[in-house]
Design a protein around this ligand. Structure first.
Ligand code: ASP
Length: 344
């Protein structure tokens, strides 16, 4: 039977919630302003983020803009042949082809991406050209290469002898099981540098910067999962998955098994959680928990890490597994590597 009293109570509660919702909508963002906003600042995934941040800092410290800083910053691992998970020297796909994924996003919400791009040392700069010179957001494969060449990029062989050797080693068994290694399982046993190259089958650089004008930008670039199917694309060049920037709130980026990040639209989720008032670390943790909750058995054996920076210059990270590190650079600290917290 219809209960009038309950109805009135329920209506009053929903009206209150509705007006609260409206209030927060009217206010735009709910993220509280810090007294001392930390800027400029740049953060990026993994230990190799230190060298990348240092180049980004050259721009940020001279009041340069965040977009230039993130592009220049990620050039460092892209050109580093000893880094087998980003750019030149990246481990190839199952067919021996080095295919690169990258995206970039600025404070105005402009973005550009390249997917499965071959032969170009700096895919991040092609992604920026897609953003600035075309009406599109994404170019893929041969079309991306054709565009890059038209824009004056040089065609190069990106498969280094070390990566070719690792691929040939893999070909001996050619087991199609492109799982991403979990750092702690390897790192606990030996010094990372002593491990054979082909055990490092992942690690994307995702970089987020807040410049002295208070504007945010981000970049994400990778050779993706080693020995993947030709044409496989992960989260890294997908806006909202591998990277997202909202200049009102903050930015986020990810690394690890891209498929799980895409399924949860991870970086967008982290930014939206920060909009609701979550700290960067709590937002990253909640995004990780979504992955774990949806597929608890899968999550036990994979790595995914998120990294976030908010408009106040506060940052944080969270990963499924131990071993995820990130680098921070601002006026006070130039080469700080922090071990992110993790679920396991
Ligand atoms: N997220 C990348 C991909 O799925 C790999 C990584 O970051 O380790 O391609």
């Amino acid at each position: 039977m219809f209960n009038r009293r309950k109805f009135i109570k329920a209506t009053a509660i929903s009206a209150a919630l509705f007006s609260m919702g409206k209030k927060s909508m009217a206010n735009g963002i709910t993220i509280p302003k810090a007294k001392n906003i930390k800027k400029p600042i740049v953060i990026s995934t993994w230990d190799f983020g230190v060298a990348a941040n240092a180049d980004a800092w050259k721009i940020l410290s001279k009041s340069g803009n965040a977009l230039d800083a993130v592009e220049q910053g990620v050039w460092v691992p892209e050109a580093d042949e000893t880094n087998q998970s980003v750019g030149y020297g990246g481990l190839p796909d199952r067919d021996g082809k080095v295919t690169l994924d990258a995206c970039i996003m600025d404070h105005l919400g402009n973005c550009g991406a390249v997917l499965a791009l071959e032969h170009i040392m700096h895919p991040i700069s092609v992604a920026r050209k897609v953003m600035e010179k075309t009406p599109h957001v994404i170019l893929a494969g041969d079309g991306a290469l054709q565009f890059a060449l038209e824009q004056g990029f040089k065609k190069e062989n990106l498969l280094t002898p070390a990566s070719e050797k690792a691929w040939k080693e893999w070909l001996k068994t050619a087991k199609y099981n492109p799982v991403i290694n979990i750092e702690n399982k390897l790192y606990d046993k030996a010094a990372p540098q002593k491990l054979p190259g082909n055990q490092y089958n992942h690690d994307t650089i995702g970089m987020l910067a807040l410049d002295s004008n208070g504007n945010l930008s981000g970049a994400c670039t990778t050779s993706g999962m080693a020995y993947k199917l030709h044409g496989r694309v992960g989260d890294s060049p997908i806006i909202g998955a591998g990277l997202y920037i909202d200049n009102e709130v903050g930015g986020a980026t990810s690394t690890g098994v891209g498929e799980e990040v895409i399924r949860n639209v991870g970086s967008f989720l982290v930014v939206e959680l920060m909009r609701q008032g979550y700290s960067p670390e709590d937002a990253c943790k909640e995004a990780v928990m979504r992955i774990i909750k949806k597929k608890p058995e899968t999550a036990k054996n994979i790595q995914v890490g998120f990294l976030a920076l908010n408009k106040n210059g506060e940052y944080g990270a969270y990963a499924i597994q131990k071993g995820f590190s990130y680098a921070v650079c601002d006026e006070e600290k130039q080469d700080l590597v922090i071990k992110g917290k993790s679920y396991y």
